[in-house]
Design a protein around this ligand. Structure first.
Ligand code: GLA
Length: 399
């Protein structure tokens, strides 16, 4: 599995709000809790859907644009398609006040008012921090302030926390990671608010095997995605082995979507979105919802593909067959149906086939093409399609 750098790519620095320099030698050591199973902080039966500020905006974020994004989530139909989380990533923080309460920087004058606004639109608000003294972008983290930060976020009306390892690697060893994440899980539980707890430690030390134990519902499985075919391909196609960990309340997170950010073709973005749907990834869009073009809308608002992702079984899709640069992936769906993705990772058009026997199906099988929005004619033994380079044909097979 891919694991990333301990301190991942940094954001655009906003020097005046950045954390004061940390003297790691004199940092007081925290007492870590004995490991136990923390119940989930929030009930998350299907992969969370929403938007996150990082991929497009880095730390160039403020109250006004978050409100505009919320408005656009409603106006474009994104909210009604299920994208309800509006998640502020790194860059909202300032310093702590005398009582130790972490303050938002002047770009976010009133977090409670912002969350009231987002909630009034039928959306939810997410936030970001780190178990280390500073975040990956160099802003103040939650080290030693877990309870007070959880309380602050609950009071603001926060619904989702992305908790990013970052500088914690300078304080803790990998072996401490579960207890460190449990510390925040317990702090969030204590608030009584169902805040979705999302871990971000780049897939280290088999997080998929202990993520739910710290109260989390999802965890990043890789280093950071970039808006390029090679990055998306490397991350997405590496998710097959993790499928076993995907269940209602337990989701692998191969990072946020780049659909609409301009670095891939519409064909590649369809592959990106299909693959993320197949592996039951959270669908957190990372583009500017206010200005997205029709091609981007068509992808993000494809309800049939979203339904694959949101299927109630919560199962992760995996690779069924691979031949050269073509791959067939399968995801079990409710009522005995299956999503079947025919991928072509190569540079030339290719024929990709699936046999009913491989899907353990026989007799008459109904096949629907989820990008063409049409039922398609099949052969007696299976189905074949010509797939564009870097493209996908995504099907739903049912009896
Ligand atoms: C890390 C994370 C990213 C983003 C940045 C913010 O790199 O993996 O998703 O949150 O930190 O600084």
């Amino acid at each position: 599995m891919n694991t990333g750098p301990l301190v991942a790519r940094r954001g655009t620095p906003t020097p005046s709000f950045r954390a004061a320099a940390v003297d790691y030698k004199s940092l007081p050591k925290l007492e870590l809790p004995a490991l136990k199973a923390v119940p989930p902080v929030a009930v998350v039966k299907t992969p969370p859907m929403g938007w996150n500020s990082w991929n497009k905006f880095r730390t160039r974020i403020n109250d006004q644009m978050i409100r505009e994004i919320a408005d656009a989530m409603v106006a474009t139909g994104m909210r009604d398609a299920g994208y309800v989380y509006v998640n502020i990533d790194d860059g909202w923080q300032d310093k702590r006040d005398a009582a130790g309460v972490l303050q938002p920087n002047p770009n976010f004058p009133n977090m409670k008012a912002l969350s009231d606004y987002v909630h009034s639109k039928g959306l939810k608000l997410g936030i970001y921090s780190s178990p280390g003294p500073t975040t990956c972008g160099g802003f103040t983290g939650s080290y030693g302030h877990e309870e007070i930060d959880a309380k602050t976020w609950a009071a603001w009306g926060i619904d989702y926390l992305k908790y990013d390892w970052c500088s914690a690697s300078r304080v803790w060893k990998d072996e401490d990671m579960q207890a460190v994440y449990q510390r925040m899980g317990e702090a969030l539980r204590k608030t009584g608010r169902p805040i979705v707890y999302a871990l971000c430690q780049y897939g280290r030390i088999k997080v998929q095997d202990w993520g739910t134990k710290v109260g989390a519902s999802l965890w990043r499985t890789t280093f950071d995605i970039r808006d390029q075919w090679a990055s998306m391909e490397q991350i997405g196609f590496a998710q097959s082995d993790l499928a076993y960990a995907s269940n209602p309340g337990s989701f692998n997170d191969p990072d946020m979507l780049e659909v609409g950010n301009g670095g891939m073709t519409p064909v590649e973005y369809r592959t990106h979105f299909s693959l993320w749907a197949m592996v039951a990834s959270p669908l957190l869009t990372g583009n500017d919802i206010r200005t997205m073009d029709p091609a981007t809308r068509d992808i993000l608002l494809n309800k049939e593909v979203i339904a694959v992702n949101q299927d109630k079984l919560g199962k992760g899709g995996k690779r069924l067959a691979q031949q050269g640069s073509t791959e067939v992936w399968v995801k079990p769906l409710e009522k005995g149906a299956q999503a079947v993705a025919l991928f072509n990772r190569g540079e030339a058009k290719a024929k990709v086939s699936v046999q009913w026997a491989d899907l353990k199906l026989s007799g008459k099988v109904r096949i629907r093409d989820l990008w063409a929005h049409a039922d398609v004619k099949t052969e007696a033994e299976g189905y074949s399609a010509e797939v564009e380079p870097h493209g996908v044909v995504l099907l739903k097979a049912s009896k």
